[in-house]
Design a protein around this ligand. Structure first.
Ligand SMILES: Cc1ncc(COP(=O)(O)O)c(C=O)c1O
Length: 400
């Protein structure tokens, strides 16, 4: 039996079936390319869902992780200091609006914590009326119960109801709607500056500015979820930077530790001052190996030319996607290396054909394919993508 057949059989027998995986088995990666057990190459436009921003096999990342491993300290728990944690917290505060950082293990966990932090701030200020959390249509904030409660997709929520009470949904990028839903009882407003799972939808600067103003007027904490769009993906360090607005809380995860599991909650001093020892925690919070990986990734993203590269290749990607002349593409949108094509045919068909052509692709919402590759991807990969996508789209019957 081949390794591929064996792995797929085992997976079907022993894994909880929450993911529909394609019929190949990934074995290794190099740069922006992964290879399956049969040696077939796939150019990666997914990056482990916007995680592997340095691509595969980055030597410096592997060395940093190995070096920390060799100290013997992989994990010490939040009970003790490590230099690795202090260094990453300091670095993230230096390069963002934040005064303090808290580390956890995933995006959903970061958002759970952010919601708790906001509630605690209201609690210490004796605002007992503040029980509402505002999120927006098509948002995705994670699949744990608190994060799911502010992820207003019926399909994700229905089997797991009841949700955490107090969730209120406004229309994404509508200032009028935000004005209606954010009131004196609102404890927090959570928003992705660019929605990732919901279709690569860009919040306007005016919308983010209006949220800031409404939160200030009505005493709510503003949470930016930059788990997918943050840390260089847009060609700026933060996806919200263009708006000139800063949040009270920002959550990070996916790319921060180069593929190792991490989440971070960045906050102002005001938010941090509401938290006391024992209010929040997690056994694996701030593990030394993960912290060292995070420090290295942030420094790389800030190194000379890195963000310029993202911007240049991102602009080229959008330009070339717009050039595809297909009746099946109804919209092209994005910023930096976070782009999407909206289709009038099922994205799953294109994703499946992508595999045949040696491309890893992923949908975004029900009708779009998104492009969230390693940030080191190059223009030649864009050219390959456009050639292959054009061929795939030409092979699709009908005019949509
Ligand atoms: C914007 C956003 N927030 C939160 C999450 C949840 O992150 P995780 O899957 O690490 O729990 C995701 C994951 O896709 C996301 O894109």
């Amino acid at each position: 039996m081949s390794i591929t057949t064996d792995v797929i059989q085992k997976d079907q027998q022993f894994s909880v079936p929450v993911a529909g995986r394609p019929e190949f088995v990934l074995a290794r990666g190099e740069g922006a390319t992964v290879f399956d057990e049969d040696g077939k190459a796939y150019t990666d436009w997914v990056a482990g869902i916007a995680v592997n921003s340095l691509g595969y096999g980055d030597k410096e990342l592997m060395d940093v992780v190995a070096k920390q491993m060799r100290t013997g300290l992989i994990h010490v728990s939040g009970l003790y200091h490590t230099k690795a944690l202090a260094d990453l917290a300091e670095l993230l505060c230096e390069v963002s609006f934040a005064d303090k950082a808290y580390f956890c293990n995933s995006g959903a966990e970061a958002n759970e914590g952010a919601l708790k932090f906001a509630r605690k701030l209201a609690y210490v200020n004796d605002h007992k009326n503040k029980t509402k959390v505002v999120s927006f249509s098509k948002a995705f904030h994670g699949r744990t119960l608190g994060a799911l409660s502010v992820t207003p997709t019926e399909k994700y929520q229905t089997p797991f109801k009841p949700m955490v009470p107090g969730a209120v949904v406004g229309e994404f990028d509508s200032i009028d709607s935000a004005r209606e839903v954010i009131d004196e009882d609102t404890v927090a407003v959570i928003v992705e500056p660019i929605q990732g799972e919901g279709g690569i939808n860009l919040a306007s600067a005016e919308f983010l500015q209006a949220l800031r103003q409404l939160c200030d007027e009505r005493g709510a904490a503003l949470i930016f979820d930059e788990i997918q769009c943050g840390l260089g993906r847009t060609g700026e360090l933060w996806a919200h930077s263009f708006s000139g607005v800063t949040p009270d809380i920002m959550t990070l995860a996916k790319p921060l530790a180069g593929g190792l599991p991490i989440g971070a909650i960045l906050v102002t001093d005001e938010v941090a001052s509401a938290m006391q020892p024992g209010d929040h925690g997690s056994t694996f919070s701030g593990g030394a190996v993960v912290m060292r990986a995070g420090e290295m990734v942030v420094k790389r993203v800030l190194s000379a030319g890195f963000l310029e590269h993202v911007k240049e290749v991102g602009d080229y990607l959008l330009e070339r996607l717009e050039e595809i002349n297909s009746p099946h593409i109804v919209d092209v949108r994005g910023r930096g290396l976070m782009a999407a094509i909206e289709l009038n045919v099922p994205p799953a068909d294109i994703v499946a054909q992508g595999y045949e052509h040696g491309l890893l692709l992923v949908n975004s919402g029900p009708s779009a394919i998104r492009f969230i590759p390693p940030l080191i991807i190059e223009k030649r990969h864009v050219d390959e993508l456009i050639d292959k996508l054009t061929t795939i789209l030409e092979g699709i019957d009908g005019d949509g």
